[in-house]
Structure formats: C-alpha cells, structure tokens
Design a binder for this molecule. Structure first.
Ligand SMILES: Nc1nc2c(ncn2[C@@H]2O[C@H](COP(=O)(O)OP(=O)(O)OP(=O)(O)O)[C@@H](O)[C@H]2O)c(=O)[nH]1
Ligand SMILES: [Mg+2]
Length: 386
C-alpha cells in the first residue's frame, strides 16, 4: 500500500463503521478508524455509518446498505473500502466482488500499518509472520481469485480445493521458515537479557494504548530520539536505554509497540518477540491518554493484551499522561492504602511531573523489592513446541 501512497496522488478510502447494539463508544470508535486509516496513508473521502443489531452472514452489512455503498463507490471512486470491523473471508470476498474494489478489514489495515513501519530485521520478520498467519485464515479469498480467473461460478471441489491445499502448505512452509529466523534473533536477545538480569539491573517497560504518549515519555526521560508522532502505531520496534533515576537506582527503560482493541490473537502472538521486553520487565509504566474519553476502556484493552502475553502479573504504575489538556489537574502520585504508588499524573510533552515520576518509580521498586527477584530462570523461547 505504501507504494500507492508515495505515488503522485494519495490513495483514497471510504470507511464503513457499523454501530452494533447502540454502542455508547461508537463515536470514539469512528474517530479511531479515521486515525488508523490516515496512519495507513489514505485520504478519507467519506465515512459511512449505520445501526445494526448483528452482522449479516453473507455481506456483513446487508444487501440494502451494500447497494448504497456501491453507488457511493461509483460516484466518488475510492481506491479502497475499509471496514472498521473484522469481517469473515466469505463476507470480504462477496463485498470485494460487488463493490468491485479492494475491501480491507480492521486487522488487515493494522497489518498494513505495521508493514509500512517495520524497519528492523526482527520487525519485518514479525510483520511477515503476522501476515502469513492472517492469510492462512483467509484462504477462501485466494480461492475466489482462482475461481474468477477460470470464469467459473460456484465451482466446488476439484481444482479449487487442491489449490487451497497447495496454498496452505506453501504458507505453512513460509511460517516455519519465518519462525526459525525469528528464533535465532530471540536467542541472541535471551543471552543479552540473561547477563543483564545477572547484573541485577531492573527493567522498566513502557506499555499502553497506541498514541498514549509512550515514546514522548521515553524520549523526555532518556533524552533519546525515538519517533513520536500523532499517528497510530508510530512505534513498532522496541528501544531500550539506560536510565539513572537517582544515585541508587539505575534501570533499563524500554519503549514498545502500542496496543489497540480487538487485536486478533494470532497477531499478538506474532509480535511476542517484540513484546518480550514487556514480558520480562520488573515494572510496567502503563501510559494512558488522560484526555481520551474512552481511557478506561483503553486501560482494560491494554490489560487484556498483557494477559495474553502473560505479563499481567508484573507490577504496574499507571501513568496518566497529557494532563496539560485537562483543566485543574496538576502532577501528583496516587498511593494504595498500603503505601504502594499506583498512579502518576503528568504531561510527557510539557515535562510536567517528571520528578514525581522518578520518585514513584523508586518507591515502586523499593516496595516490590524487585532487585533480588529470581527472574534469571525465565528464559523466553516462544517458538519451542509450537
Ligand atoms: N498535549 C499533549 N500531547 C502529548 C503528550 N504526550 C504526548 N503527546 C502527543 O501525543 C501523540 C502521540 O505521542 P507518542 O509519544 O508518539 O505516542 P505513543 O504512545 O508512543 O504512540 P504509538 O507508538 O503510536 O503507540 C504525539 O502527537 C505527542 O506529541 C502530553 O503530555 N500532552
Ligand atoms: Mg511510540
């Protein structure tokens, strides 16, 4: 897709967002869909919304709405039609045919952004792995191309199925090769981590919903220059830097890829190597965009992904960022009843509350007595036995 958008004209998209069961957060979901689409490099020509109770089996949106979208497509001729939902391969195939252009669902859109952002060897391998795994679940679509080539309608069995089996085998071979190459990288990392753990350095990982301000915080704290932008998934690869908090406390701080709601499990799994800094962190700084009206849901979504990668047991310090956008909130630390710091309110871009953050990190470390924890035994081998 990046080839398209670096051409003379920016590729255009229309977005389809369906409000199922009067979702109270629907407007925020639409805003997120626009941000994702723009982050993928498209110009949004139109957003089409509708209310529905449940998806239509064949077309996801039903035939009436499909006809409406078809006319809009004919009138404004967008390059792609983006559904802010995960649609089934059959639905995608049907819509693709009727609308006569590329239909992209939410997962594919996120994969496209990842593919465009991946820069390190590891990042590229992981995106490829995620794409192949996704392809595997959508072979019906590839079969439909075959069908189209042959001009057949409703062909069943015979050559189609053979082709699908071939495709499946080809993808499985690719996936295996990718996993092997990733495993080598992961092994090197494990060795590095082992020596770091032996030396007793505490590792602190910044996690959070995409666009919460993780990289901005990382840069301000470490004076690094990691890419931070008002885009979703600005960061794809993990970066780590040493950080002296005070004379007694030195930590390794990592910036990581952002999370987003409804990420398919397969995709999360493919990114485990990148997320391993998170998995083995002693403390997580969970950054929240305090100005976002759905921040509570975003916190829950991040916690869901953390559970998926088995990082939910790691002590968290919630970082309520962007307080400069909210009237009357000043930097402060929130403590639990037992005196454990649980949240810090600050602004990463305005450098507000950094002293309090340092204090809270030290207090958190001391509270958890993390320095002596026995993390050495945990060596990460994600592709083993899979
Ligand atoms: N007003 C305000 N904006 C902020 C603050 N911190 C970060 N931002 C802005 O929020 C946007 C996202 O910041 P990033 O640091 O790239 O966010 P991220 O969490 O790293 O995002 P991803 O890497 O895409 O997941 C940028 O436009 C920042 O300038 C803050 O304290 N106040
Ligand atoms: Mg970032």
């Amino acid at each position: 897709m990046i080839e398209q958008i670096t051409g003379k004209e920016q590729a255009t998209a229309i977005i389809i967002a369906i409000n199922f069961n009067r979702n109270p957060d629907f407007e925020d979901d639409v805003a997120e869909a626009i941000a994702l689409t723009e982050s993928a490099g498209y110009l949004v020509s139109q957003v089409i919304t509708a209310n529905k109770d449940k998806p239509d089996v064949a077309l996801f949106i039903g035939s009436g709405k499909t006809d409406e979208i078809k006319s809009i497509c004919e009138a404004i001729n967008p390059d792609v039609v983006i559904f802010n939902h995960n649609i089934s391969p059959v639905q995608e195939r049907n819509l693709d045919r009727i609308l006569n252009r590329r239909v992209i669902d939410r997962t594919q859109l996120i994969l496209d952004i990842f593919a465009a952002r991946a820069s390190t060897n590891e990042g590229i391998l992981q995106v490829e792995l995620a794409q192949q795994s996704y392809l595997m679940t959508r072979l019906v679509r590839r079969w439909s191309h075959l069908e189209r080539q042959r001009g057949g309608i409703g062909l069943r069995g015979g050559p189609g199925e053979t082709q699908m089996e071939l495709d499946r085998r080809m993808i499985a071979t690719k996936v295996d090769a990718l996993k092997k190459r990733l495993a080598t990288i992961v092994k090197q990392r494990n060795t590095q981590r082992k020596s770091r753990l032996k030396s007793g350095i505490i590792s602190v990982s910044i996690v959070g919903y995409t666009n919460a301000g993780k990289s901005t915080l990382f840069n301000s704290l470490t004076k690094a220059n990691v890419y931070a932008e008002n885009r979703l998934f600005a960061t794809l690869d993990t970066t780590a830097r040493k950080l002296f908090i005070d004379e007694d406390h030195e930590v390794v701080l990592s910036d990581t890829v952002g999370f987003i709601r409804d990420l398919p499990h397969k995709l999360v799994a493919a990114f485990r190597a990148t997320l391993e800094e998170t998995i083995y962190a002693n403390i997580l700084l969970h950054v929240v965009d305090t100005s976002n009206s759905v921040k509570e849901r975003q916190i829950a979504d991040v916690n869901l992904v953390l559970r998926e990668i088995e990082a939910n047991h790691i002590p968290q310090l919630l970082i309520y960022n962007k307080i400069d956008l909210i009237d009357g909130v000043i930097p402060h630390i929130v403590y639990s009843e037992t005196g454990e710091p649980i949240a810090v309110y600050l602004s990463a871009s305005k450098n507000l509350g950094f002293e309090l953050l340092r204090q809270a990190i030290v207090e958190k470390i001391d509270y958890q007595k993390l320095a002596n924890e026995h993390k050495q035994d945990l060596i990460y081998e994600p592709w083993k036995n899979r």
